[in-house]
Every structure is written in structure tokens, then in C-alpha cells.
Design a protein around this ligand. Structure first.
Ligand SMILES: [Zn+2]
Length: 100
């Protein structure tokens, strides 16, 4: 069931530059790695993003809000959900990789 839902939502909106989004997230201060990046349309005009950020020094609210705001202005992604993890070897990175 979970798999079929993921499959149906797997397609990124046309024009979405996942490589650029990945590069942007990796370039954010404090981010050492990312995984489980997903971008998908939630309506004809709205796009959602989820991603895990590995941040050994953790993240504060300002970082999360600024990142979401930049995703909105730079990539027109209006709904961002970020999961912060502090250890790169916590096993989570074994989850299915990015939708690219
Ligand atoms: Zn993770």
C-alpha cells in the first residue's frame, strides 16, 4: 500500500529542477548530507517537497523557515517539510533514494 502511494506521487512537476534543489539543500549552512528528497504536485498550482537533512549541529526554527522561504521564492515550492537528523549513519539513509 505504502509503495503504491509513493509510486503515484513520484513524478516531480514539470520544470522542477531536482538537481538544483538538491544542490541548494546541500549548500544550506550546517547540512552535511540529504536523502529521501521528494517533490510532487499537490494541485495544478501547488508543489510539495519533503527531504531529510543531516545536520550534525541541528537546526533551529529560523533555519527551517528560511529554507522553506527560499524554496518558495527560488523553486516555487509552497509546501516544504524537512526532517532533521543529526547522524549520517543512523540507518535512515538506506531508505529509498531521491525521486529524480
Ligand atoms: Zn532520513
Amino acid at each position: 500500500m505504502r509503495g503504491s502511494i509513493d509510486m503515484s506521487m513520484a513524478a516531480a512537476p514539470k520544470g522542477t529542477d531536482l538537481a538544483a534543489i538538491r544542490a541548494f539543500l546541500l549548500a544550506r549552512p550546517g547540512v552535511s548530507a540529504i536523502h529521501d528528497l521528494h517533490v510532487w504536485p499537490i494541485s495544478t498550482t501547488e508543489t510539495a517537497l519533503t527531504c531529510h537533512l543531516v545536520m550534525p549541529t541541528r537546526a533551529d526554527d529560523a533555519f527551517l523557515m528560511q529554507t522553506a522561504q527560499l524554496l518558495k521564492t527560488s523553486f516555487r515550492i509552497g509546501h516544504t517539510t524537512l526532517q532533521v537528523e543529526t547522524h549520517p549513519d543512523n540507518g535512515c539513509a538506506l531508505a529509498p533514494d531521491d525521486v529524480v
